[in-house]
Write a protein that binds this ligand. Structure first.
Ligand SMILES: [Zn+2]
Length: 87
């Protein structure tokens, strides 16, 4: 019996947990991703359970995912530099 080796190489391991279809440009500390499959997760911001293909991370932390709605409102509230046009 061998124990499964845990890799601590952050990003690669985390990105492979969820299949990312598209990676959007980061906005400040936030970055949004479109996943290949619909994923259920608990938003770190509103604490609601969300089912979506769109997730956002803050500071690249995949353990605290943010929903699309919160991502938008944080961007709006944060207004880092000038507003970037969506889409
Ligand atoms: Zn949320």
């Amino acid at each position: 019996m061998s124990t499964v080796e845990m890799t601590t190489s952050n990003q690669d391991a985390k990105l492979s947990q969820l299949d990312v279809l598209k990676e959007y440009p980061s906005r400040g500390s936030l970055q949004q991703f479109r996943l290949v499959k619909v994923t259920t997760f608990t938003c770190n911001r509103c604490n609601k359970e969300k089912t979506s293909k769109l997730v956002a991370t803050e500071h690249g932390n995949w353990e605290n995912l943010m929903c699309n709605g919160c991502y938008g409102s944080v961007l709006k509230a944060g207004a880092t530099r000038r507003l970037v046009e969506m889409g």
